[in-house]
Design a protein around this ligand. Sequence first.
Ligand code: HEM
Length: 515
Amino acid sequence: MAAQAKEFTREEHNKEGDLWVVIDAKVFDLSRFANLHPGGKAVLLNDDIPGQDATEAFYGLHRHEVLERPQYARLQIGTIRGEESTITGRVAGAISKVPYAEPTWLADGFSSPYYSDNHKKFQKEMRKFFDEHVYADAQAREADGKRPSQEVFDKMAEVNLHAMRLGPGKHLKGLTLFNGLVKPEEFDYFHELIITQELVRTGARGYGDGLLGGKVIGLPPVLNFGSEELKKKIVPEVFAGKKFISLAISEAHAGSDVMGLQTTAVKSADGKEWIINGEKKWITNGHFADYFTTGCKTDEGLTVILVPRTEGVSTKPIKTSYSPTAGTAYITYDNVRVPVENTLGPEGGGIFVILSNFNHERWVMCAASARSQRMIVEECLKWISQRKAFGKPLSSQAVIRSKIAQMIARAESTQAWLENITYQMNNMSYKEQSTKLAGQIAFLKMYSTRCAQETAKDAVQIFGGRGITQTGMGRFIEHYHRTVPFDALLGGAEDVLADLGVRQAMRAMPKNARL
Ligand code: HEM
């Protein structure tokens, strides 16, 4: 680092073997690196690069993070006397100044009726937490496909984030939330929205699910329908990040059609155990889960049973569009014996157990989609300002601006609708939510993922070849475009949700309404 403190005036070092460049007032000696440069040696020897200010050329072809990688940061030998570096990459905890990169409530000079001072403090801490403790692991695990690191689960457990991710409710009682930043009784759906949206900023879709997405959907049936003994055993170890749980409903023959499930559970002769046989498919976190909240066909109808990883349970990974870090699995139950006390809710009442969490689950997905669309807006706005084509920044092309306009409108409208629904959730009982908001949430989910897919398509057009390249400038765009169709499937396919919303509306039509 001592060398970096060295100051230079602009000097001539402009040939092979003696090649310096200036990038944002930093001086880099590329003499030996030129032969190893992933973009080739020739580009570094072009007329306007050696011994000169290559800032514009560099940022037209690289993300800032390249200069932060230790192997490249080492190439810096000093700075230019009297000049300051001004360009920053991702600054931990910071609010982006790029227009529309933050929801309005976080943007300078805007206000919102929905967020209190406590929400604002909470957001600041969450951003810092995810940037400092999660972002690097998210990027690394998404790349190597391993499960999120145990240190991250532990860190989240320390501040009770695993519990908070399930939203407001009795399960928070007695817990210290983020070192006392918010009292359990004050924790509301906007706090939860903030957690989901800050998590999404880690920009790794598979990892986002790997970070206990299975718990967000698999634990509520235990909390709401499990016996006290079962809860006492399971809930603390899941909140501590030591045990993992997943929701095992979908099968090769039945997804949205939950009544068509074929996994069976029959009682043992003494009536003390369930004997379970069947297969489940696409189960998030299933590959590393310790518990499976399992939908089964029983004599009484659909029944939900908590199955521990025990004899007869086997899991194998399914390769999906995103990385194996989510632990997406195929599960086989082969004469698995489980105590009947593990039944969640009434026998034959499984549809209610499953449906009761659907609204919340879909709302979480909408929150994630709104934020990820916004990330893509930010990536595109940066790209069109720093990238030149035909001698001008991309932003000078009307066709590009037109795509950006649509993207911004979609991200803003999704967030605005989301915040309205979140406000209603804060002011309705859970039961009221299920009657009044099921349609609203279904529509928002359908709308968010349609917007998201349009935005992904537009972003690829704007980034060109880089939008389909897993490394370099378009890496987030490639990732988004590859993984976004998944958002449109989970929690119910778009057309199913659209239809659900209209059917709910028809049910609420006043009998005497006429044109
Ligand atoms: C400190 C200086 C530099 C470092 C550490 C560096 C490093 C890299 C790296 C790691 C890549 C692979 C792509 C990526 O991960 O983004 C790359 C690609 C490239 N670099 Fe550099 N580079 C430097 C300077 C330059 C300069 C001054 C130019 C001049 C035009 C240049 C031109 C290119 C080109 C054309 C590519 C291929 C980009 C693509 O295909 O998208 N590099 N560079």
